[in-house]
Every structure is written in C-alpha cells, then in structure tokens.
Write a protein that binds this ligand. Structure first.
Ligand SMILES: [Zn+2]
Length: 372
C-alpha cells in the first residue's frame, strides 16, 4: 500500500512536478525541467470549500496566566517559578519523553487553524510555544524580521529558547552546542483549509515536549538551542528565494554573530506525526549523524521506522548546513500521502510516532553529548 502510493507519487512527480519538487535537489536535467514547468500544486480538486482567509478572523491572543494576589505580609520572593529539576537527573532521559504530552501540544496548535506566516494565528501559535517553554524554565528570544515576499512584505518571527544551567537569566548564548529545531508555520492555501497536523504541528508539539524533558537535567539542557522557525513554507512556490525564510535568516544571524562556530550539530524535525511512521532521511545527511540516529533507533527497537528517501530533501536543515556550516540532519517522514492536503489532520497522527522520534533523538543526544 505504502510503496504503491509512494510509487504513484513519484511517477506523478515526474509529470506534474509539484511544488515539493523544489524541495529536492534535482539532477541538472530535471532541474531544467523544474524551471520550465513547475507550477503550484494546490489540490484544486478537493471537495473541501475554501474557508475565509485566516487573517480575516483575528482573535485575541492567549491571555497571560493569572498571577495570584500578593499576600499582605511579606514573604520570601521566588524570582523564577521554574519547575524543580530531578535530583539526580534521570540517567535514561529518553524514557521521560511523553508522546501523549507532545500530542496535546500538537492538538492545541492544530486547533488554532491555519497558521501561515504573518497572521494572527501564527502569533497565537507563538504564544502557546512561548508559554510552554517558559513554564519549563527556558528563556525565549523573539527573532523578528521583515522580508519582501511574493505577497509583499511579511513579518516573520523565529522563537529561540536557551536554558540556564546556573539559574542566571537570561541564559548565556555561548554555551549551546546543538540546535534542535522545527517550523511552526503552515502553508497558505486559498482553496483548502490546511491545518498542517503533521506538517508544522507535529514537530512543533514534540519540540515543546522536548523542552520539558531536557529541563529535568539543567546541565544537559544548557547544551541545546531550541529554534522554532517561521516561514519554512514557500509563500508561492519553493525557489532559492521563496521558502525557508526563518532558517535562512537564523543561519545568517549565526554567521554574523560568530555563534555558528559553537554548534557541533543540528537536528531538524518535520512531519514526524504519521501513524505509519517512516522517517525518510535525505541521502545527503551527514553520515555520522545518520549513523547515530540509526544506532539509537536500533537500541530502542524501532529501527524499522527509520530509512532513507530516494532523493535529496530541501528543508530548514539546508541553510544550517550550507550557510552556517553546522552539520544538520532532517528527521522527516516524507512518505505521507496527506502532505499539503486538507487531510493533513489530527486523525492521521499517533502519539506513539512522536514518542519514537522523541526518544530516538534523546537517546542519541544523551550518548553523544551527555558526558561532554
Ligand atoms: Zn509543508
């Protein structure tokens, strides 16, 4: 079933060359074909009627959590209500990753509705992410920028989270060694209501859960920079100048600040929620990273869920690797027939898939960076 569908997708690709083809690094001949015949592959045949534009129905942002009134008699003030870490930290931290908890975050992202860059809904997505990160004790930086897009100027916002091992805030920006990232925006469609359950929400919810788990071990958490990218999706169609808006800007900022040098690796999650989990690594993945991920999957008994894709995949890991020179891998399930359709909905997802990817990533990271 899967391989048949996959095969039909590939043969379709070679004729219609949908938008996603731009996410592959085509051989030269195919690339020339891309240039001449690529067109946006919105699923116009979908029965779902077009909804009102997402930005037409602004809603109030999530209110800040209420603060209890101050007592009348002075008491010792606790400055940061961060949760107490495990003492000692869990030795097998990958066992702490909860698929159901991640799935709760995914559900809340999807419930916002479509979340394209520059909309009120994208801001609501950020509010939920920020709230969860801060509740777990992370400092959150908003990296804001405006860029000229095929739809005019759009304001983008990356969220960058760092953890302070010492308790001093804001956390220093020179201690991180590994970037863990996801995009939270969803692709804008005019013909369908696209909520991006796997494409946008799954990896975002899982990374929010990752923040909670890492915080159980402050010294370990301080080694990571969590980045939630805006604007992964092309505004119209993928080209060198459309798509990957947030990751291109972030990579540029790493170079400009000189921070690119401090990072040894980057792991990107994208589309990791499919019930039928098939992580499809791009063939150009850094070998050491791919080996480490496969070994972790083997150790946790889920090796059958991890393999390679037939062609190279262009995603947010690319600017990190090519522009900032940080070895970067994309854990993505691109064998997902609901990709960029109105059917990329919660019922296609499983908490178990989030659990597998979360645990494998943590197992790898703990063995690679836990004692350094
Ligand atoms: Zn997408």
């Amino acid at each position: 079933m899967r391989s048949a569908l996959s095969a039909s997708f590939l043969s379709l690709s070679s004729f219609k060359l949908p938008d996603r083809v731009h996410r592959f690094v085509c051989p030269l001949a195919a690339f020339a074909l891309c240039l001449s015949s690529c067109k946006r592959n919105e699923p116009a045949g979908e029965a779902t009627p077009a909804p009102a534009p997402a930005e037409a129905t602004p809603q109030p942002t999530t209110p800040a959590p209420s603060i209890p009134p101050a007592p009348s008699t002075p008491v010792a003030v606790v400055a940061t209500p961060a949760p107490a870490p495990h003492n000692p930290p869990p030795a097998e931290i990958w066992k702490e990753f909860s698929g159901p908890k991640a799935f709760e975050h995914v559900t809340k992202q999807v419930e916002i509705g479509p979340r394209p860059s520059g909309t009120q809904e994208a801001e609501k997505a950020r509010a939920l992410i920020t709230e969860a990160l801060k509740a777990a004790g992370w400092d959150v930086e908003r990296q804001e920028f405006t860029d000229d897009t095929p739809r005019g100027k759009i304001a983008f916002v990356n969220l960058i989270a760092r953890f302070s091992a010492s308790g001093a805030h804001p956390a220093p920006a020179d201690a991180q060694q590994v970037i863990l990232c996801s995009h939270y925006d969803t692709k804008r469609f005019s013909t369908i209501r696209f909520v991006g359950a796997s494409d946008g929400a799954s990896s975002t919810g899982a990374l929010m859960e990752m923040a909670r788990v890492l915080a159980l071990d402050p010294a370990f958490a301080a080694k990571f920079e969590l980045v939630f990218f805006d604007g992964e999706e092309a505004i119209q169609q993928f080209t060198d100048t459309d798509g990957l808006w947030g990751s291109r800007y972030y990579a540029k900022s790493l170079n400009a600040s000189g921070r690119a040098r401090q990072f040894k690796q980057a792991i990107l999650w994208d589309m990791i929620g499919d019930k039928d989990l098939t992580i499809t690594l791009s063939p150009d993945s850094p070998l050491a990273l791919a080996k480490g991920i496969f070994s972790a999957a083997e150790a946790l008994g889920v090796r059958q869920n991890f393999g390679y894709y037939g062609r190279e995949i262009l995603d947010d890991h690319r600017p990190l690797g090519k522009d900032a020179h940080v070895p970067a891998i994309d854990l993505i399930d691109f064998d997902y027939i609901y990709w960029h359709t109105a059917d990329d909905t919660l019922d296609k997802l499983s908490p178990d898939s989030l659990q597998k990817v979360g645990a494998v990533t943590l197992y790898y990271l703990k063995h690679e960076f836990g004692n350094k």
